[in-house]
Each structure stands twice: as C-alpha cells, then as structure tokens.
Design a protein around this ligand. Structure first.
Ligand SMILES: Cc1cc2nc3c(=O)[nH]c(=O)nc-3n(C[C@H](O)[C@H](O)[C@H](O)COP(=O)(O)OP(=O)(O)OC[C@H]3O[C@@H](n4cnc5c(N)ncnc54)[C@H](O)[C@@H]3O)c2cc1C
Length: 348
C-alpha cells in the first residue's frame, strides 16, 4: 500500500521476481501530495558523519540503473554538488573520507577559487568549500509516472482513490474503499500517513512538514543557473540546499532542518512564516537575492526518526513496514524496497 516511490519500488522489485501485486493509494496514482512527487531530488555519495547512508549508495546507484533500464528512461542527471560552510560543521571531513573509500572524486575550492567559479553564491564568510562528484538530480515526478506505466504493463493492479482503512497484520487482508482484499503479504509504505495505520509508531515515526520555494532568477543570471551545480549550504543557522533549473524543472531551495511537526492532510501552501527562514537563507547564500521571484512556496512531508534511521521491519507475520525516515528516502527507495521484499520472502 502507498503509491509513492517506496510502494512503487516495492511493486517493481516484486514483479521482477514474478509475484502478482496490487497497489492501493488513497489518492490518484501517482499522488501529487505524496513526498515522492516533486520536480527534483538530490542523490549523492556524501552524508557527513552518517556513514550508513554513504555505505548504501553504490548499491543504490546500481539499482537505479536497473530501474531506468526497465522503464526505458534515465531520469537522472549527474552533476557535481558544492558543499560550503562558514564555520566547521563537522560534515566535510567525514564526507571526504567516505568518498575516498568509495573511489569517488572531490576537489577542495579555496575561498578565492570558490568566489571566482560560483558568482551566483555569496561567498563572503565562507571558510571551506568542496566540489563533490558522484552526485546528481533525480526527477521524481517523471520517475513515478513512468514506473506506474511500466508496472501497469507488467500486470500490477492499481487501486487509486482507495484508502486502506484496516490491515490484517496476521492475515494479509486489507480493507480498502469498503472492500476486503486478500493477499499473501502486505507492504505498508504509507509515507507521512503511517501513524494512522500503525498507531504504535506514533512518536517513533514523526511526520515533518518541510518547506521549499521555487524561484525564477533575474534574467541575466538564467544562463548561469542553467549550468549550475547543486549547492549545499551547511551553515547551522541557514541549512539549505539548492537545486538548479533544468529542462522541465525550476530553481528550488529547501530547508534540510526537520520541523518534526505537522499533519500531512493540512494545506500544502507554505505560509509566509514558514518561508521566512528560507528567504533569510536565500539572502545569505545568493548574490542579488532580492531580485529573484518566488514562483511557489510549497510544504511537503516526510517521516523522521530520532537519528534518521529508516524503519524496515515486520509488522506481523503477514505485513512489512517500510518507512524512509529522513530527507534521503527517494534515492534509497529501490534499495529499501529490496530490503522490504527480502523480509516478505522470509515470511512467505
Ligand atoms: C521537501 C523534501 C525534500 C526531499 N529531498 C530529498 C532528496 O533530495 N533526496 C532524497 O532521496 N529524498 C528526499 N526527500 C525524501 C523523499 O522524497 C521521501 O523519503 C520519499 O519520497 C518517501 O516516499 P514514500 O513512498 O515512502 O512516501 P510518499 O511518497 O509520501 O508516498 C506514500 C503514499 O502512501 C499513500 N497512503 C498513505 N496512507 C494511505 C492509506 N491509508 N491508504 C492508501 N494510501 C495511503 C499516500 O497517499 C502516498 O501516496 C525529500 C522530501 C521532501 C518532503
């Protein structure tokens, strides 16, 4: 259940192994309010001190290659990511260690070089900047749309606008849209709505409302932005990431600090208050930020755990819970799905 990337990647993994799959979503499939429906998501090998994420990336990239082969489109653009800080954040050193261990390249940019090569960014006060290889942008709305088309052609039965009301954790039964469906096993990939179906997870899996802003740069900077890399401002106070525009996508900035509050059924237009921090960060990070036009302010949800570990575990003898618990759940979805399906197979 769940037509986001984790539900779809689970269906993809199961179909590849020859299982029959039904997929339920409370909304359309794909669902525009799912965390998985956006213009871009970052993928990379570097995660600062969170080595467990870095360790997973070589396999994650390999699984994406397989998935793109199956859907017949490569919705990933490789591009460098520039990480910069104004004081020692403890992020860059461990990241470079991991990249070194994985054989992924990087380049230190001294402040003068950073300023010369990145005129879009306000470099005053920046104490360290590095350019990291092995990163890029995934295009999620295209990925989930093509996955749905591919899976439908493989015989997956889709149940859109069909809310799952009850799960038989020991029976494999699902009550959804007033009907009972019987399966061998249920994978629960409900994103930020997980607490509704599994009340025991409340407090452990916490929905977090996150704000992003889509921007149009001033006209004379448009050409520079069309070639710009991903930027990660590591500053503890501003803490933003910047995704450059590419064909079919807009320039976006987002806040990578967790709000740990909010209800995923609440309206998705971010308030002026919610974007205030991002705008402040924009002024700190971009040159001429006052000349950028805000095109959209959007709120989106993911689930977080205290230390950002993902939860992939049995939820009964006939159900498995798959919950990505940080802002890294998209890129890791094929791998999380592989882990969930391994649990399903163990239970069958
Ligand atoms: C602002 C933002 C930026 C992010 N940036 C990145 C990034 O750069 N890189 C990265 O890898 N990840 C990123 N993420 C995280 C990533 O997008 C999510 O972890 C991932 O999309 C979660 O996918 P999911 O399938 O678990 O959940 P979702 O995509 O939310 O899907 C869950 C689905 O379950 C359905 N559902 C829930 N309850 C029911 C029910 N009872 N019955 C039927 N259907 C139900 C919902 O309708 C929904 O469609 C970001 C997330 C946000 C919000």
């Amino acid at each position: 259940m769940g037509g986001g990337i984790n539900g779809l990647a689970s269906a993809w993994t199961l179909v590849r192994k020859g299982y029959r799959v039904s997929l339920f979503d409370q909304g359309p499939i794909p669902n525009p309010v799912a965390s998985s429906f956006d213009e871009h998501r970052i993928t990379r090998h570097a995660y600062g001190p969170m080595h467990a994420y870095a360790e997973r990336m070589p396999q994650a990239f390999a699984l994406w290659d397989q998935l793109f082969d199956d859907i017949g489109a490569r919705h990933l653009e490789a591009m460098p990511m520039i990480a910069f800080e104004r004081e020692d954040t403890g992020w860059i050193g461990p990241s470079l260690d991991d990249l070194g261990a994985m054989g992924v390249g990087w380049r230190e940019l001294d402040p003068a070089q950073f300023s010369a090569e990145h005129p879009l960014i306000r470099t005053d006060g920046v104490t360290r900047a590095v350019e990291l290889s092995g990163s890029g942008m995934l295009f999620p709305s295209r990925i989930v749309t093509d996955l749905v088309v591919h899976l439908a052609a493989q015989g997956v039965r889709f149940y859109p606008h069909t809310k799952v009301e009850e799960i038989g954790f020991e029976t494999g039964r699902v009550r959804a849209g007033g009907m009972v469906h019987v399966g061998d096993h249920v994978i629960i990939a409900a994103g930020a709505w997980v607490n509704n179906l599994l009340p025991d997870t409340t407090g452990e899996l916490v929905p977090s409302r996150q704000t992003v802003v889509f921007l149009a740069p001033p006209p004379e900077l448009a050409a520079l932005w069309s070639r710009a890399p991903i930027y990660l401002d590591l500053d503890a106070e501003t803490g933003t990431y910047v995704l450059p525009p590419r064909p079919g996508t807009r320039l976006k900035i987002g806040d990578h600090r967790f709000s740990r509050t909010g209800d995923p059924d609440a309206p998705r237009i971010a308030s002026e208050d919610e974007v205030a921090n991002l705008i402040k960060a924009g002024h700190l990070a971009f040159t001429d930020f006052e000349r950028y036009t805000v095109l959209e302010r959007k709120a989106c949800y993911y689930t977080v755990t205290e230390d950002e570990h993902f939860v992939i575990r049995p939820a009964g003898s006939r159900a498995t819970l798959l919950s990505a618990c940080s802002g890294h759940g998209f890129k890791l979805a094929p791998q999380s799905a592989a882990e969930a399906v391994a649990l399903v197979e163990r239970a069958l």
